[in-house]
Design a protein around this ligand. Structure first.
Ligand code: LLP
Length: 429
């Protein structure tokens, strides 16, 4: 469920008319709903709290999905932790008010300076992905007079996900140490001065809409916890990653949330029963995915003998998911179409100079005219966070709505900012 709906013929975000945002902020623009973010976080956190013995379940929002400051502050205020994958994300999580003791640092290639920053900041946990990283972390932490709490990210050799490019848990993928190696690494870590191994982590992929693959991977991890304890190791934590998918192609009033979340929670409780571990979760898309839309304006129509192109002012640099993962996003006209409106099959495309800048091909939509506003739905996750300035296009504005209020939480980039970060080489100055 989300909080974008038609009122008196216009699409609203909570109590704000999107036409007002278009007029005042311009397009393209990302619009996020606080109510949807809050609802999904609360649903998820409440369901997971029931999975762990003694309520020891920690939710670390995977901020790579959406790192907008307003979104982050909303989640920090609700008590969420943050899952980060770079020094920039650690810094931004701290700036948004996530306490260091609720920050997890994962990622397959952390550099020495990134580890130094994170350890010095006093973060909760580093998810170690390679033997080299283990040594580096120990060295860095010891030099700071610290012993950093950490877990091994294990590759369970069970991958899943909505697209091959977002599958991470297969042994063919670059992520994590292998099941075989983790025994030796755990033993090695016991002799290192700068780390304290607390347990295990995994993440098998993204946009996963059924629980089977999670269950298979978690069951393997549960066995590993027992085996490692048998070898005398301390295994107090199990970080189960993110990856729960959301529907991109169903009506707004379809209340999907609790179904999959509850099935997932029941499965987690079953698979981890009796293990006596603290559980961690790293949801990204599930929290923010359908809390955001990208609103764009139709610039031109380009009728061809076999096709009708609608050229809009947003492009693949603003929302890359269709070009990169063949992702589907519903398209809703901001002005509600009459039930009997003529429908035309459009290729909706952006202005960028390559054919992959296509949001959809042959999609039936109510007839469009230049100037019309349309919204790409379910664009709150991996939308703005994956945007770029390709074609020297400005990063778009981002707006957070709360009730009848809205705030521009990221102004549209200016041409001064875009061009001002370049430097001329001295021999061409
Ligand atoms: N934890 C780790 C270690 C991850 O790598 C990821 C996502 C998450 C948590 C959060 O996963 P989520 O709950 O959002 O599925 N750009 C792609 C998705 C990439 C996901 C990368 N890792 C897309 O637009 O579909």
């Amino acid at each position: 469920m989300h909080h974008f709906s038609y009122r008196d013929g216009s699409l609203f975000a909570e109590d704000v008319d999107l036409r007002r945002i278009a007029a005042e902020v311009g397009t393209p623009v990302y619009v996020y709903s606080s109510a949807t973010i809050e609802r999904h976080y609360r649903l998820f956190a409440a369901a997971m709290a029931g999975t762990a013995e003694a309520g020891k379940a920690h939710v670390f929002y995977a901020m790579k999905a959406n790192g907008n400051l307003g979104v982050l502050k909303t989640l920090a205020a609700l008590g969420a932790g943050a899952d980060t994958v770079s020094e920039g994300e650690v810094r931004k999580a701290l700036a948004a008010g996530f306490p260091p003791e609720k920050i997890v640092f994962s990622g397959v290639g952390k550099s020495e300076s990134e580890l130094r920053y994170a350890v010095a900041a006093g973060i909760y946990q580093v998810n170690v992905e390679t033997e080299g990283e283990l040594d580096l972390l120990s060295k860095v932490a010891a030099s700071l007079g610290r012993r950093q709490e950490a877990v091994f990210r294990v590759n369970p050799d069970i991958g899943a996900g909505g697209h091959a490019k977002i599958t991470t848990g297969s042994s063919e993928n670059k992520f994590g140490v292998s099941f075989e190696e983790v025994h030796r690494l755990y033993a090695r870590a016991a002799n290192l001065p700068g780390v304290r191994m607390m347990g295990l982590a995994l993440h098998i992929g993204s946009q996963i809409r059924e629980t089977e693959a999670f269950e298979a991977a978690y069951a393997k991890m549960a066995q590993l916890v027992v085996a490692l304890r048998g070898e005398g190791h301390r295994v107090d934590r199990l970080d189960l990653g993110g990856g729960l998918g959301i529907p991109y192609d169903i009506p707004a009033d379809f209340d999907h949330g609790p179904g999959l979340i509850e099935a997932y929670a029941a499965m987690v409780a079953r698979v981890t029963a009796g293990l006596d571990v603290e559980l961690g979760f790293e949801p990204g898309r599930l929290i923010v995915g359908n809390a955001g839309i990208l609103m764009t304006q139709v610039l031109h129509l380009n009728p061809r003998p076999t096709k009708q192109f609608a050229v809009v002012d947003a492009a693949m640099n603003d929302l890359v998911r269709p070009a990169m993962y063949e992702a589907y996003h519903e398209i809703w006209p901001v002005r509600e179409a009459a039930a009997d409106a003529r429908r035309i099959a459009y290729d909706v495309v952006g202005p960028i100079c390559e054919s992959s800048d296509t949001f959809t091909a042959g999609r039936e939509l109510p007839e469009l005219a230049p100037g019309d506003l349309i919204a790409f739905m379910t664009a709150g996750a991996y939308g703005a966070s994956m945007s770029s300035t390709y074609n020297q296009r400005l990063l778009v504005a981002e707006v957070l709505v709360k009730g009848s209020e809205y705030a521009v939480t990221r102004p549209r980039q200016s041409y001064e900012e875009l061009l001002g970060s370049d430097r001329s080489p001295p021999w061409l100055a």
